[in-house]
Design a protein around this ligand. Structure first.
Ligand code: UDP
Length: 347
């Protein structure tokens, strides 16, 4: 018997995580996958590039839903995913992380009594003003299979009474990084494009609503990067929302090496050669560690506490780095295969 997995993705970090799991599903007998792309991220450099570079099969369903408020976007996705689930009749719905696409996929499946597996379950910032926190809490409470990247995530779920179907499997982003490193060496020419040499620059990203939607915070984050840029080049692959908001708010990006969003292989190459990372991204905080580059997080809290306690990360307005230690939470690069195995065994 073959189990049908229906994967819902829509945003950049989900394409990267789903690429690793999709590869494992293809290599696991008895599993088949149907992918739904909600369209939350739709620009070629925020979506298509990842499908091409990471060998993700073309989605069977493209919903083309983006823009509007959070409620409107999530509601439209919910309405569009439901008939697909009814016609595809999957055995599992797999959702990733904490975006509106995650919540819409989970809610549509739960209403139809289809079991949900949540990849990156149990993360908490304990800041309910973040849209991501609402999405991840609700998704966790709708899911039957909780695929946790860290032991802390397992404990967070336990505190909320979620103890069944909880597995610490490691971080699929580590799987993705291992895949990208070797390819990036051969295929990325970002160094020559940007005129860079290894260990002479840092990499920054800013895209979280809490930073981009508040003029005071966006100005403060950009000023922080501009100060860093006085001593070495700061490469800023700019998220479209940040670019729009900075222009609208009249915040100049002078002094920074601003480029468009880069593909995953270019990002792996950039991270590998950087002296520091400055970011409000969840994924980049860990990828900085995977490449053994210290990270400063442009937020007031992080879901990835072990990066702080092990000395690889600090909050921009918090204490300095502590002594560095290796982190043993994120697995051995085969988290995606553990997921495929659990999907097979857990029904
Ligand atoms: N990323 C990328 N190109 C960029 C910026 C980010 O490939 O220009 C990758 C990054 O390496 C990481 C993922 O996108 O794997 C993180 O996505 P994002 O920061 O959008 O989301 P978050 O991790 O905060 O959920």
């Amino acid at each position: 018997m073959t189990l049908k997995i229906l994967t819902v993705v829509g945003a950049r970090p989900q394409f990267i995580k789903a690429a690793a799991v999709s590869r494992a599903i293809r290599e696991t007998a008895g599993l088949e996958e149907v992918m739904v792309h909600t369209g939350q991220h739709f620009d070629a450099d925020m979506s298509d590039v990842f499908f091409t570079e990471l060998d993700i099969p073309a989605p069977a369903h493209r919903l083309d839903i983006h823009g509007g408020g959070h409620g409107e976007m999530t509601g439209r996705m919910l309405a569009a995913i439901e008939p697909i689930l009814i016609s595809e009749k999957p055995d599992w719905v797999v959702v990733y992380g904490d975006t509106n696409s995650t919540l819409a996929g989970a809610l549509a499946a739960a209403k139809l009594h289809i079991p949900i597996a949540h990849v990156e379950a149990g993360l908490r910032s304990y800041n309910r003003r973040m849209p991501e926190e609402i999405n991840r809490v609700l998704t966790d409470h709708l899911s039957v299979l909780h695929l946790c990247p860290t032991q802390a995530a397992v404990e967070n779920l336990s505190k909320e009474g979620v103890r069944d179907g909880v597995h610490h499997i490691g971080d699929v982003m580590y799987d993705a990084t291992l895949f990208a490193i070797s390819r990036a060496e051969a295929e990325s020419n970002i160094f020559s494009q940007l005129g860079l040499t290894p260990k002479s620059y840092s990499v920054a990203t800013v895209h979280r609503a809490e930073n981009t939607d508040d003029p005071g915070r966006l100005k403060a984050a950009i000023s922080f990067l501009q100060k860093e840029a006085e001593s070495h080049p700061v490469i800023l692959p700019l998220h479209p929302r940040t670019r729009q908001n900075a222009e609208r708010m009249g915040i100049a990006l002078t002094g920074l090496k601003v480029v468009g969003p880069v593909g995953y292989l270019d990002m792996a190459k950039l991270l590998n050669g950087a002296v520091a990372v400055f970011t409000d991204s969840g994924g980049l905080q860990k990828e900085a560690y995977f490449h053994r580059v210290p990270c400063t997080t442009l937020r007031d809290e992080t879901e990835w506490g072990e990066t702080i306690t092990h000395g690889w990360n600090r909050l921009w307005q918090g204490p300095d780095f502590t002594a560095r230690k290796e982190i043993n939470e994120y697995g051995d690069g085969r988290a995606a295969f553990l997921i495929a195995d659990l999907l097979k065994k857990s029904l």
